[in-house]
Write a new protein. Structure first.
Lengths: 231, 303
């Protein structure tokens, strides 16, 4: 089976004012359908790498390609459309506090201009998948951390993105919730979605037993298929 | 699809408006105070204007003609003077009418009647009572009369007697206009600043949400529209509250100045122009709300 490249980084470098190098000349290629864990200590450049991919930041040098197209060349006006191809999940969940669970997930469809009846159908479905079908009308503050992260994951999935980027998604969660989230990610991956997971949880990386990228001081220092957490 | 998105952002704006709770109440209060300050400035301006007009109406120049003058000639002069653009009205008071008024003023005192009978004829002079459009125009009218070809037919002009009063009034009018302008623009400026700040705080409280919304794939316009609508709701609510406040104020002011101004009462002025005033308040309120939102949100939508 011929594998297609979804993400390619060419000499990607990101410098912040004060000559701080957050990402140093990274070359990387990720295939469609891969599950890739990125490990490294705080400040190693994991988040910066992810930010460049979902176009929150521009690289100072080098190029990022998504499906063969340069991300840098996407015009600002078209960035929202680009972002709809990538679902994002974060350590702090990033849910809208004034919206119910249903509204939080629905928002990702509403901005696309999806018809209302389709939204009313899809949102409960996806929330059922993550096990929150009975909490549609609750607000984020009424849920546990694990549940909030599931909402965030449901929102990332609702647009059927080609890739999910998860930046420390389990950083704030207890071991049981952590494992639930990872299993959801693995399940999503088996359905064909590319997963990019940044974490420093040794246990999970070992259990996942898939490709591992190790970063240190902004450099990519190792890239192993079926890797373990070695720092 | 555009209409669907517009409807959604409208709904979203309304939801924010309702769910913000106290923050909305605070913003509306501040916007109300702003609108109230602006309209109060105008209302005080209008009232002062009415008061001054009222005093101005009581001022005039009277020219008294020599007894030999025929009524026809006086009417001709009257017609001539009426063509001046400074002249608002001229009233012709004949000898007979002057006498009648004189008698009335003295309560038809028999002593006065006797005195007049002894003289044997009407000693009063026919006159023209001239009112100017503006109090500072009396000087011009007076000069025109002094230099006219009928100057010799005039027995006396009472301008000098009124001169001091007229000049003082002119000063008051000019002063109150100046103060009104300065205070008015100061109030408007303060109103704009506090409204802008209040809305900036509201938007600041949503700061983190913009980032989230962007990551989920919302365009800048989609993020911005609810706040524009929220601004409209603020403006709408504040204009209703301030119109009500203004009604109460108009009532207070009008009871206060009632003794001085009988006609053109402030209250009736407010009521007869209610929809216009409300429309202006509404427009200013919405404009303030929308422009403040628009500017305040800009800094959070960099990318």
């Amino acid at each position: 089976m011929e594998q297609q490249e979804i993400i390619k980084l060419e000499n990607a470098t990101k410098m912040y004012p004060g000559d701080f190098v957050a990402l140093d000349n990274v070359n990387l290629s990720i295939m469609k359908g891969e599950f890739v864990s990125i490990v490294g200590q705080t400040g190693a450049g994991k988040s910066t790498l992810l930010k460049l991919i979902y176009a929150e930041e521009d690289p100072t040098m080098g190029e990022i390609y998504f499906n063969g197209k340069s991300v840098r060349e996407i015009r600002r006006k078209h960035l929202p459309y680009y972002r709809r191809n990538i679902g994002t999940v974060f350590q702090d969940f990033k849910l809208l506090p004034q919206k119910t669970i249903f509204e939080n997930v629905a928002y990702a469809l509403e901005v696309n201009g999806e018809p209302t009846d389709e939204i009313n159908e899809k949102v409960p479905e996806i929330l059922d998948v993550v096990g929150l079908g009975s909490k549609l009308e609750m607000y984020p503050r009424q849920l546990s951390g694990g549940e909030q992260q599931k909402v965030s994951l449901a929102r990332a999935l609702i647009n059927c993105p080609q890739m999910i980027i998860a930046d420390e998604p389990t950083g704030n969660l207890d071991p049981i919730s952590t494992w639930e989230i990872i299993q959801l990610l693995l399940k999503i991956n088996t359905l064909g979605t590319t997963i990019l997971l940044a974490t420093h949880n040794r246990e999970i990386v070992d259990k996942i037993n898939k490709r591992v990228l190790v970063m240190e001081k902004g450099k990519l220092i190792s890239d192993i298929q079926k890797g373990k957490y070695n720092l | 699809m555009k209409i669907l998105k517009l409807w959604r952002t409208l709904k979203e704006g309304f939801q924010n408006f309702v769910r913000n709770g106290w923050l909305s109440v605070a913003t509306i209060s501040i916007l109300t105070i702003s609108l109230y300050l602006i309209s109060l400035t105008f209302m005080i301006g209008i009232t002062t204007d009415l008061l001054l007009k009222n005093v101005q109406d009581k001022i005039n120049i009277s020219i008294y003609f020599n007894p030999a003058m025929e009524e026809n000639d006086i009417v001709a002069i009257k017609n001539n003077l009426q063509s001046y653009k400074e002249v608002k009205s001229i009233e012709y008071v004949s000898k007979e009418k002057a006498l009648e008024e004189f008698m009335q003023m003295g309560n038809n005192d028999p002593a006065i009647k006797q005195a007049l009978d002894e003289i044997g004829e009407n000693p009063l002079l026919a006159s023209l009572v001239i009112k100017a459009n503006q109090s500072d125009q009396y000087e011009i009218i007076n000069k025109a009369i002094e230099n006219s070809d009928f100057r010799e037919d005039i027995s006396r002009i009472n301008y000098d007697k009124n001169k001091i009063i007229i000049e003082r009034l002119n000063k008051i009018v000019a002063f109150s206009k100046e103060i009104g302008m300065i205070l008015g623009s100061l109030f408007v400026l303060i109103a704009i600043l506090i409204t802008f700040n209040a809305i900036r705080i509201t938007i600041y409280s949503h700061k983190q949400e913009f980032e989230i919304e962007r990551l989920v794939g919302a365009s800048n316009l989609y993020i911005r529209m609810p706040f524009i609508f929220e601004g409209i709701f603020y403006g709408f609510s504040a204009s209703i509250v301030s119109a009500a406040l203004l009604l109460v104020t108009a009532k207070l002011i009008s009871s206060f100045v009632e003794r001085t101004i009988s006609q053109d009462n402030v209250m009736s002025l407010y009521l007869s122009n209610f929809w216009q005033i409300f429309g202006i308040l509404f427009a200013i309120g919405i404009l303030l709300g929308v422009i403040s939102s628009f500017i305040a949100i800009r800094r959070y939508l960099k990318k």
